[in-house]
Design a binder for this molecule. Structure first.
Ligand code: NIG
Ligand code: FE
Length: 420
């Protein structure tokens, strides 16, 4: 089936198919065509260009608006790729609104975790929740982020922390992959915290990850990536090295939670292990920036987490000035970022990290697609990519999207070529 979107005020985010990420100055530009059309066939972008190029037969169809289901009038709005969210934890049970009160009362993220709250609190809730119920609760969030313009999402495990509960989470992620219209990648984060039963025996818990969890995960093909929370009070550089090299034996690439709470060495560990991304980076020095130069590893920042926990924002501008790429993601999770609104992330990129709207847009689309291994099918307007597209109301500029960040400007969301 063919769909033609016409009367596009601005078609934004056009890239050639060989571009998998944008680095340094290349992040400053967003390629656009004004007064454009875009054609979709079987869920794939097959053609686009200036409206004046629409062939006469298509023009006849556009003149018959309303007679055909697959003619979409963009009414002068922007058409752009859906956001890609390369870092979320949206499979979880219940919520942590009690800890929200503790936080308001002055407890830090680490203090809440040290008292047995935090990730372990979510692990307890998840343990008591059936797989079907977990799927139901998680799908609500998947649908929520789709309506806000996310077209590709990476989802981590890490609230199981036992063999069975980690597998339960990953099976739920697999069901989401099979049943939602989004592009979904799964990430095994058994090393999110030490499971309660292993308190004081962290080494044995890492043994469990390497000797029991990873083989099961690999056997059932449940994970596209493996992740480690390599930070103060969580997992060490040595443990991270071990888990990532063990995962590599199964062909599973690493990603790392690094430098959220401390200058943790996680960035260098990620680069050394050829991780696809190192994420958080609230606390980084020039050494981390230098370590990332020439690597395949995408520095990914999570401004929603900085916003919610009151942490410093990542030094995105410095990374870009050094010629590096930067991706932004939501970190949607119940403890440090209970929102998956990528438009708000894009706005925080501009307002708090001083990225230009173009830099922030590229960080939330093509670079975030790279950070979850889907930049060959998402993150830009490119022939051959999946038609996951946002149509906005008529707005004055790309900058209006983050500037007017609470104004509802999204008119339509198209996933796999179909309006949701
Ligand atoms: O990315 N930092 C570690 N993990 C999550 C938070 C998880 C939680 O608090 O539930 C994060 O911020
Ligand atoms: Fe996270």
């Amino acid at each position: 089936m063919k769909t033609i979107i016409y009367n596009i005020g601005t078609l934004a985010g056009i890239l050639p198919s060989d571009i998998k990420k944008l680095e340094g100055d290349a992040m400053n530009h967003v390629e656009c065509i004004n007064d454009a059309y875009l054609m979709i066939e079987d869920g794939i972008i097959t053609e686009f260009g200036p409206q004046s190029d629409i062939s006469s037969s298509l023009q006849e169809q556009t003149d018959e608006v309303g007679k055909s289901d697959n003619m979409i009038d963009a009414k002068g709005g922007f058409v752009m790729p859906c956001f890609c969210d390369s870092h979320t934890h949206i499979v979880y049970a219940g919520c942590r609104d009690g800890e929200f009160r503790d936080k308001i009362d002055g407890l830090s993220y680490e203090e809440i975790a040290a008292r047995g709250g935090g990730i372990l609190n979510s692990a307890d809730l998840l343990h008591e929740t059936s797989e079907d119920e977990l799927y139901r609760q998680s799908m609500e969030r998947v649908n929520e982020i789709a309506r806000m313009g996310t077209g590709a999402v990476e989802i981590k495990s890490g609230y199981g922390l036992t063999v069975e509960d980690e597998i339960k989470m990953l099976r739920v992620i697999r069901r989401i992959k099979e049943n939602s219209p989004l592009i979904v990648k799964s990430n095994f984060l058994g090393a999110h915290a030490v499971g309660r039963a292993y308190k004081g025996r962290q080494g044995e818990y890492v043994d469990l990850i390497c000797n029991e969890m990873l083989p099961r995960v690999a056997e059932e093909k449940l994970a596209d990536f493996v992740d480690v929370f390599c930070d103060k009070g969580f997992f060490t550089v040595e443990e991270t090295d071990r888990i990532l090299s063990e995962a590599a034996k199964y062909g599973i690439q690493g990603k790392i939670h690094a430098n959220e709470l401390d200058v943790s060495g996680g960035v260098q560990t990620g680069v050394r292990n050829k991780a696809l991304s190192v994420d958080h980076l609230e606390k980084t020095t020039d050494e981390e920036i230098n370590a990332l130069r020439g690597s395949i590893t995408m520095p990914t920042m999570l401004p929603g987490c900085s916003f919610f926990l009151g942490l410093p924002y990542g030094r995105a501008k410095d990374y870009i000035k050094s010629g590096l790429p930067v991706a932004l993601a939501s970190d949607y999770n119940p403890g440090s970022s209970p929102s998956g609104n990528m438009r708000f992330v894009m706005a925080l990129g501009c307002i708090k990290m001083k990225l230009t709207p173009e830099q922030s847009f590229n960080a939330c689309t093509i670079n975030s697609a790279y950070a979850m291994g889907v930049s060959d099918m998402a993150g830009s307007i490119t022939i051959g990519k999946t038609a996951n597209i946002i149509i906005t109301k008529k707005i004055p500029s790309l900058a209006f999207i983050p500037y007017s960040h609470q104004t509802p400007v999204i008119e339509k969301i198209i996933l796999n070529g179909k309006e949701i």
